[in-house]
Structure formats: C-alpha cells, structure tokens
Design a binder for this molecule. Structure first.
Ligand SMILES: Nc1ncnc2c1ncn2[C@@H]1O[C@H](COP(=O)(O)OP(=O)(O)O)[C@@H](O)[C@H]1O
Ligand SMILES: [Mg+2]
Length: 273
C-alpha cells in the first residue's frame, strides 16, 4: 500500500441548486492552479452535472472499473487545468455486491494511482440518500455549501445531524454561497452554528463565502468553469481564496489519508449503508 496521503473532500449541502457542483468544479480548477493534482469524482448519479458544466462527455464510469472491464485511468476524462474527471456511475449500488476479487481489484486500482493524486473532490447529489451519505462519510473532509435561504439552512442542518448522529462525522466546513456581502456570509454561518451548537456535538468551521455573481451562470452557459472562463470575476477570485484555504488544511498523516482506505470506507459504506 502507498504511503502518500490524499486529501479527500466531499462537497455536499443537502439542498439542490445551492451551488455544490459549481463549488466542486471551481475548487478543483483552483487547486489545480496551485499545482495540486486533482481528481473530481462526480457522485451525482441522477444528473451528470459536472460533465455539462465542463462541456465534457465521459463514456465510462467507475462501474466499468468495478466490473474489471477497464483500468481506472481509462475512465478519467481531462478537464481544465489538467484536472481529471471521473463519473461514479451506478458505482455504489454495485459496490454492495463486490466479490472479494473485485473488491481487491478496486483497491488496487486506486492504490496504483494514489501517487499521482493530491486531492480527490467528490461532488454529491442533493438530499440525504444512502449514496450521498456513503460518499460523504468515506471522505476525510466535508465541505457543506449553504445559501441564505431558510430551506438551505434547514436541509444543511438535517444532513449534518444525520451524518453526526448516525455516522459519527464530527467536523464540517461551511461555505456560504451566493451571498451579497461578507457580513451576510458570517451571519449565515452564525444561524447554522447556533442550531448545531445547541443540539449537536460537532466542530463547525466557517470556510468563507462565494459572492452571488452573474458570471457563474454565464460560465455554465459556455460550459466552462468560471475560474477559467472569467478569471477576474468576483466569484473566481473568491474560489481562488477558497482553494488557498483548503490547500492549507492539514493532510491526514494516519492511514485515513490513504486512497486505499477511502475505497475501503466506500465499499463498507455501500454494504452497510
Ligand atoms: N455564487 C453564485 N452566483 C450566482 N449563481 C450561482 C452561484 N453558484 C451557483 N450558481 C448557479 O446556481 C445554479 C445551481 O448551481 P449548481 O452548482 O448546479 O448547484 P447544485 O449542484 O447544488 O444543485 C447554476 O446555474 C449555477 O450557475
Ligand atoms: Mg449538483
């Protein structure tokens, strides 16, 4: 097994439309700008958002690796700044039924690439389905995207509560998105932490805010990441600052940081989830 630690970050948030995919894509592109080797795993099995946002069309997904049809590298699609995109496909469903040989094959596949990866970013679907929970608890860090809307705050709280009480996740990073002022971002974090502090035993950390920016939608229309298409846009600047923050998060020095163990947790999560 490799000894190289990989930062595994799940981008989640509960509610749809809060900007999870936008954050996952732009964080990936901005971390790549800092020289990190980034893989973006699209775990939103319903809607293939990452493909559409980046104008790429992956033909294969993780299920082809699980079935042994393809090596892991061949399901990577090149995205902007050298990031690699891999769709999860119906991955977790199939992970439940892995034979010991397939299980070992998947771990070997990730083990063989772990030296070429610094960060694995997972874009998750809306809601709190088994699949979402499975990917989030397999990650090392959880980045929860919230907007200043009552439904976003209640959905984020429901997700955090479930992950904490049923799956023992203790640390959450909160990113305020589509905010109109720095104060609004801090207030939003304040609202969420008020309820979590009261009812849960967790560490909730404020990771900053991404402003509301029309260039975000313009970039989607052009099927490009805002950081690449409009690098001077307000949102792009905020994503660069976010990447710098995330890049400074300590890497797990325990086996928890090894990619093989991520796969272990994923497979176990799918089996028990
Ligand atoms: N900071 C922002 N400012 C303006 N529009 C945004 C911002 N973040 C996301 N959006 C837009 O909101 C919509 C939903 O974003 P998306 O990333 O697909 O959300 P999710 O993955 O949570 O469903 C997209 O059209 C996206 O361009
Ligand atoms: Mg999405």
């Amino acid at each position: 097994m490799g000894t190289h630690s990989v930062q595994v970050i799940a981008v989640t948030g509960g509610k749809g439309g809060v900007g999870k995919t936008s954050v996952a894509v732009n964080l990936a592109v901005s971390l790549a700008d800092l020289g990190r080797r980034v893989v973006l795993l699209d775990a939103d099995l319903g809607l293939a958002n990452v493909d559409i946002m980046l104008g790429i069309s992956p033909k294969n997904n993780l299920s082809h690796v699980i079935s042994g049809e393809l090596p892991l590298e061949s399901v990577f699609v090149d995205g902007p700044n050298g990031i690699k995109v891999v769709p999860a496909g119906s991955g977790t469903q199939e992970m439940v039924q892995l034979s010991p040989l397939q299980h070992a094959g998947l771990i070997n596949a990730f083990s063989s690439i772990s030296h070429d990866i610094d960060v694995l970013i997972i874009d998750t679907a809306a809601g709190i389905s088994d699949t979402v929970v499975c990917f989030v608890k397999a990650a090392v860090e959880v980045l929860c995207v919230v907007c200043n809307e009552p439904t976003s705050i209640t959905d984020a709280y429901a997700l955090i509560k479930l992950l904490n009480q049923d799956y023992g996740v203790h640390r959450f990073h909160v990113l305020a998105n589509m905010i109109r002022s720095q104060q609004e971002g801090r207030d939003l974090f304040g609202k969420l932490s008020k309820v979590t502090d009261r009812f849960l035993d967790i560490a909730l950390q404020f990771t900053g805010a991404i402003p509301y920016d029309d260039y975000m939608r313009k970039a989607v229309q052009r099927q490009r990441a805002v950081c690449e298409a409009y690098p001077r846009a307000k949102a792009a600047t905020a994503f660069k600052a976010l990447a710098q923050k995330v890049d400074a998060w300590p890497l797990p020095s325990t086996p928890r940081g090894h990619l093989e163990f991520f796969v272990e947790r994923l497979v176990q999560g799918a089996a028990t989830g």
